[in-house]
Design a protein around this ligand. Structure first.
Ligand code: GLP
Length: 259
């Protein structure tokens, strides 16, 4: 695992934006896995800026989102499809036919899940997966005790996740308690993974992901088994890491010796 600690949210997000830009620019047919939530918003702003400055085009990029709520009508304001349109897709040159977001409007969960997996496989697998992390260590909507080998399927959301995400819903709005999410096994097949953690409220989850035991109780800890996982953090999110100074030193050496 590469752990990159930067002073501020903006610097960590700019690092993530540059990382994704480099991946897209260095690949003929980039396949990017995308995430939703608050942690990736500044990263998306950085990508939009790169596109506007002519440093990046999404013309050949195919995207697969991690997850989507179940029970919201198509294009509901709180759907992750709508989030992605508003926060990224409406501002860049991506072909809408190249955008995949899990969806299930007819309760045929199994076929929606297997079709999603089949689409990822058909395109040759995800090249770079962007992730946030829940304060309980979830990635995608893989809640604690999800199998570390799980595939795309329906998950029931925990009280913790529902209360953390309630801020996005108006008081009268129905907040779904189910989601269709890529599994941990699906995420682990991405060739590269970039997880971004921002803020003090993520510091315990980040420490569990990076330094805790490999455990289904902290789904993000599965990334310890990935060969190309980069964790980018602001100082606050990194503040519970035992080897904080070591990670800073490692990055200095990486710059000095280009290794
Ligand atoms: C959400 C999403 C995840 C996201 C995580 C953290 O529920 N399903 O993809 O990474 O929880 O969210 P946030 O970045 O808003 O803290």
């Amino acid at each position: 695992m590469r752990v990159v600690i930067l002073p501020t949210e903006v610097e960590a997000s700019n690092f993530a934006g540059q990382f994704i830009t480099d991946y897209i620019n260095n690949n003929k047919n980039p396949i990017v896995g995308l995430a939703t939530g608050g942690s990736v918003l500044l990263t998306y702003e950085a990508l939009i800026n790169h596109y506007k400055n002519g440093m990046l085009s999404f013309k050949n990029t195919i995207t697969f989102n991690l997850d989507e709520y179940i029970g919201l009508p198509p294009n509901h304001i709180q759907s992750y499809r709508n989030y992605m349109n508003q926060k990224l897709f409406d501002h860049i040159d991506i072909d809408p036919n190249n955008v995949y977001i899990p969806e299930c409007f007819d309760e045929n969960f199994d076929s929606a899940s297997s079709n999603y997996e089949a689409n990822i496989a058909k395109h040759g697998g995800i090249g770079l997966q962007l992730l946030g992390v829940g304060s309980n260590g979830h990635i995608g909507f893989n809640e604690p005790t999800s199998s570390l080998q799980s595939r795309t399927r329906v998950k029931t959301l925990t009280k913790n996740t529902l209360s953390k995400n309630a801020r996005f819903f108006k008081p009268h709005e129905n907040q779904p308690s189910l989601a269709l999410t890529m599994g941990i096994g699906t995420i682990m097949e991405a060739k590269n993974i970039l997880l971004i953690g921002l803020g003090k409220h993520k510091s315990k989850a980040v420490a569990d992901v990076v330094e805790g035991p490999l455990s289904a109780f902290c789904p993000g800890s599965a990334l310890q088994n990935h060969l190309n996982a980069t964790i980018v953090l602001d100082k606050l999110a990194a503040s519970d890491l035992k080897l904080y100074d070591y990670y800073l030193q490692t990055e200095k050496m990486k710059t000095k010796y280009n290794c």
